[in-house]
Design a protein around this ligand. Structure first.
Ligand SMILES: Cc1cc2nc3c(=O)[nH]c(=O)nc-3n(C[C@H](O)[C@H](O)[C@H](O)COP(=O)(O)OP(=O)(O)OC[C@H]3O[C@@H](n4cnc5c(N)ncnc54)[C@H](O)[C@@H]3O)c2cc1C
Length: 422
């Protein structure tokens, strides 16, 4: 066995973790072992579907540092005052008690692909026959001049939900009358393409009520964004004159921030701001780099099974993977997890495997009961996850249809979170 593939995340993660030594499952009973890293939309779903489908024939261990997972989906609605934070928090108790999943609250800090072994920050080691990686995203270093993660308490990203969402909401609510909220939007591809624009809608909703003379600036490196016509129509209808979107034609791609001064410079023009939401360029969660399965920022996969192109014993799900035509969304990650779970059960227990099919819908709320959506179905080709057909809300839809679309999203949230966590 060589050690050249054994990689460890540096002291940053380990030092930030003060957890007790984890329970480590051995191979004593001879069952095949699946280790899942990341208990979010992809990982929790995969763990549950493998455990449920294999009826105890496979040992499933889920590694996730947090005891409460806050969904990014609907975190914008929390910022807008439409949800309580507690309503987007989920725990792993049912996965452990009802599905027999060994839930280990720790960070994975290394993967030895030759030995098929995961190392944990707490010192434990987990052997696997198949490994599922669904660690979500990390930020690209130096993507926004003047910003790095040490600035996230002054200029939050709120692109991992929980305390960051709370912080951003508090900053928006304490802006002075007539103050300025700035968003630095990310380049493609990134987690939740409509997410920044739904967030702006929710911020505008709060400001319209509490601070109607406040302004919102969005510096955007992209000339177009998801559901652009729908958002722009909604902003004109609900928040006229409040939102200034600055695309690359006007310097939205030449941005520098200063967290101490609370300024944003767009194409050299410096603006003093009262709240600043920096959403930097993204890449696969760092453990994927450690495993040496990334190409560029993401981990390429075989769309039929979600197996890493670099290692057939590893499946990569959700935001961390190169997903072809699929957007990086919770719905996508959940859909990919079911494909991977079926492939893993097939490989380890001989159960039947059907052709991979995927689907996604992304709903966004623009203002009270004004919901819009975009979605598609996909199939696996040898090259990529390829779009089959799609749909999108139309501009000018009736208020009744928009209210129904919002209701649909509420039902989807309840459904996907119970599909993830049982
Ligand atoms: C503001 C916002 C709004 C959104 N709205 C929607 C929406 O309406 N609909 C939708 O479908 N999607 C939405 N999304 C996108 C969605 O949240 C993500 O695409 C989805 O969570 C991706 O799932 P994942 O499993 O790849 O990652 P995650 O759900 O982020 O899960 C990753 C997990 O891995 C854990 N982890 C990371 N590294 C390690 C490690 N080394 N060891 C152990 N554990 C680790 C993390 O703690 C985390 O819990 C939104 C996102 C944002 C930011």
């Amino acid at each position: 066995m060589t050690l050249n593939r054994r990689k460890f995340i540096g002291t940053g993660v380990a030092a930030a973790t003060a957890l007790t030594a984890p329970m480590v499952m051995g191979a004593s009973h001879g069952k095949p072992r699946v280790v899942v890293i990341g208990g979010g939309a992809g990982g929790a779903t995969a763990a549950r579907y493998i455990a449920k489908g294999s009826k105890g024939e496979i040992d499933v261990t889920l590694v996730e540092p947090t005891r409460s997972y806050y969904t990014c989906f609907f975190s914008n609605l929390y910022i807008g005052g439409f949800r309580e934070l507690s309503s987007i928090a989920h725990s792993y108790g049912t996965l452990a008690s009802q599905y027999g999943i060994n839930v280990v609250h720790d960070w994975a800090i290394g993967i030895d692909r030759d030995a098929k072994m995961v190392s944990l920050a707490g010192g434990g080691k987990l052997p696997y026959d198949r490994l599922v990686l669904s660690p979500g995203i990390d930020f690209v270093d130096g993507a926004v001049q003047g910003w790095d993660v040490t600035k996230q308490n002054k200029m939050p990203h709120a692109y991992k939900a929980g305390s960051q969402s709370e912080l951003l909401k508090a900053q928006i609510e304490s802006m002075p009358q007539g103050g300025v909220y700035a968003m630095v939007a990310p380049p493609n591809p990134f987690r939740c393409p409509p997410g920044p624009y739904e967030r702006v809608s929710m911020v505008a909703h709060v400001l319209k009520e509490k601070n109607p003379t406040a302004k919102i600036i969005i510096a955007d490196p992209k000339p177009k964004f998801s559901k652009m016509a729908l958002f722009q129509e909604g902003w004109a209808n609900h928040y006229d004159g409040m939102i200034d979107w600055i695309g690359p034609d006007f310097g939205g791609d030449v941005v520098e921030v200063n967290a101490d001064e609370m300024t944003v410079s767009i194409d050299g023009e410096v603006t003093k701001v009262d709240a600043c939401n920096v959403i930097p360029a993204m890449k696969a969660g760092r453990i994927c780099e450690m495993a040496e399965i990334t190409e560029g920022n993401w981990a390429p996969v075989n769309p039929h099974t979600m197996q890493s192109r670099a290692d057939e014993n590893i499946h990569v799900l959700g935001d961390a993977s190169s997903q072809g035509d699929m957007p990086k969304s919770g719905f996508s990650a959940n859909s990919q997890a079911k494909v991977a779970a079926m492939a893993i059960r097939g490989a380890l227990t001989g159960s039947k495997v059907f052709p991979a099919k995927f689907s996604n819908t992304c709903w966004s709320l623009i203002d009270t009961e004004d919901g819009v959506k975009v979605g598609a179905t996909y199939e696996a080709t040898d090259e990529k996850i390829a779009k089959v057909d799609g749909f999108i809300s139309a501009t000018g839809e009736s208020a009744e249809l928009r209210a129904r679309t919002f209701e649909e999203s509420v039902g989807w949230y309840a459904g996907i979170t119970s599909d993830m966590f049982g």
